[in-house]
Design a binder for this molecule. Structure first.
Ligand SMILES: Nc1ncnc2c1ncn2[C@@H]1O[C@H](COP(=O)(O)OP(=O)(O)OP(=O)(O)O)[C@@H](O)[C@H]1O
Ligand SMILES: [Mg+2]
Length: 377
């Protein structure tokens, strides 16, 4: 059993000085045994710091770090049962592929025959068998990254740690290696913690995703849940491309129904569904944000009572879908996704309406998603 548990884990760089920096601010996270957990967030949010604390390359300022049922805060990196793969591969240029992979095992005085067997096995898994005698400079970026993976695999760690391992590769190779690492996870059946700022990697690779911001965790959940039910505006805006649209306004009660009103969003009066009305009932008149993903808009007639009136700023027909960038009355922007090739002209008026079964309401101040009130029987 090698889950990884972080308990109120903190990292302060230069503590007690004027340069003190709170990089990780007391995070709790439980990564299950054999889980593929992705840590994702913008640059500087503390992903690498968290991973390096797990690896033992960085000392935690406070809190506990458990691997399996051991507290490992004071355990040396080499005794933690983890192997880390870095963005820059960190291969030894003067050593062959085989020697690069074997290096860590040699240091540990692993018997020669076993080293040979583990290297051959890893090379087979990674398709490197024919390249074992080459030096790194005779390999492509993707092949070098595979050697770095191989070096981790031969160690047979309980936990693999990846820090942006694919960011030096070109787009096509990234897609290929993404699939290979997912397959590797299935094959090796090990716990993997994977850091990236690329939300496509997070969505496609993770059993669960942990979204971080400024040293804190914003949400932990399965990818689809994160996408469909982002708990706060940060997660809502970070996961999804193009990002979710935020329409600022408020909800009023009128004519026995609830309406979202916002001149800023080009919305005169948007009649809410019973579900949204129930959610908004306790927040009437307060500044709220309606979060609508680009694919949850559809084109409609200008006189549709739910229409948002906008002008086309730019159209991006991609083939299977088209992204239309719009501006509404006061200059606010919207991006809508329409199916198929939709030709549009700059400046043209376009009316769109949101699918209110799929949208969320957020409190503009706390940026948290509003929940339906609990019904007490
Ligand atoms: N040795 C250090 N001394 C002071 N501050 C540091 C040190 N190392 C990292 N930091 C700061 O801690 C914060 C978190 O850094 P970290 O490397 O964990 O970010 P990250 O989420 O991995 O970002 P990126 O996506 O750019 O790799 C950053 O603001 C960084 O400047
Ligand atoms: Mg980093």
């Amino acid at each position: 059993m090698s889950g990884v548990t972080l308990k109120y884990l903190k990292k302060t760089y230069n503590p007690g000085t004027k340069d003190a920096f709170y990089a990780v601010k007391g995070i709790d996270l439980e990564i299950r045994d054999k889980e593929f957990m992705v840590l994702v967030g913008p640059s500087g949010c503390g992903k690498s710091t968290t991973l390096r604390m797990i690896a033992g390359l960085e000392e935690a300022s406070s809190g506990d770090l458990c691997i399996g049922d051991r507290i490992v805060n004071d355990v040396l990196p080499k005794n933690r049962g983890v192997a880390m793969v870095f963005q820059n591969y960190a291969l030894y240029p003067h050593m062959t592929v085989a020697d690069n992979m074997a290096f860590g095992l040699k240091l540990r005085k692993t018997p020669k025959a076993e080293i040979q067997q583990r290297v051959d096995e890893a090379a087979d898994i990674l398709g490197l068998t024919s390249m074992l005698n080459r030096k790194p400079k005779a390999l492509s970026g993707g092949q070098r990254q595979r050697v770095a993976l191989g070096r981790a695999i031969v160690r047979k760690p309980d936990v693999f740690l990846f820090d942006e391992p694919l960011s030096n590769l070109d787009a096509k190779m990234r897609v290929q290696m993404r699939a290979e690492i997912s397959k590797l996870h299935a094959r090796l059946n090990a716990t993997m913690i994977y850091v990236t700022h690329d939300q496509t990697e997070a969505m496609t690779m993770g059993d669960r995703i942990c979204v971080m911001r400024d040293g804190e965790i914003m949400q932990v959940d399965e990818p689809i849940n994160i996408y469909q039910n982002p708990a706060n505006m940060f997660t809502a805006g970070f996961i999804g491309l193009p990002q979710m649209n935020f329409l600022h306004g408020s909800v009023l009660e009128a004519d026995g129904g609830y309406y979202f009103v916002s001149q800023a969003a080009g919305v005169d009066r948007l009649e809410l569904t019973a579900r949204l009305g129930e959610i908004a009932r306790g927040h009437l008149g307060k500044p709220l944000v309606l979060g609508v993903r680009p694919e949850h808009f559809s084109a409609c007639e200008a006189d549709d009572p739910q229409a948002i009136h906008a002008r086309v700023e730019v159209g991006e027909p991609l083939g299977a879908e088209s992204f239309i960038h719009l501006s509404v009355a006061n200059g606010d922007k919207l991006v809508v996704r329409l199916v198929g090739i939709v030709q549009s002209n700059i400046g043209q008026s376009l009316s769109v309406k949101p699918n209110l079964d799929e949208v969320h309401l957020y409190d503009a101040e706390s940026e948290l998603r509003l929940e339906a009130p609990c019904v007490v029987a």
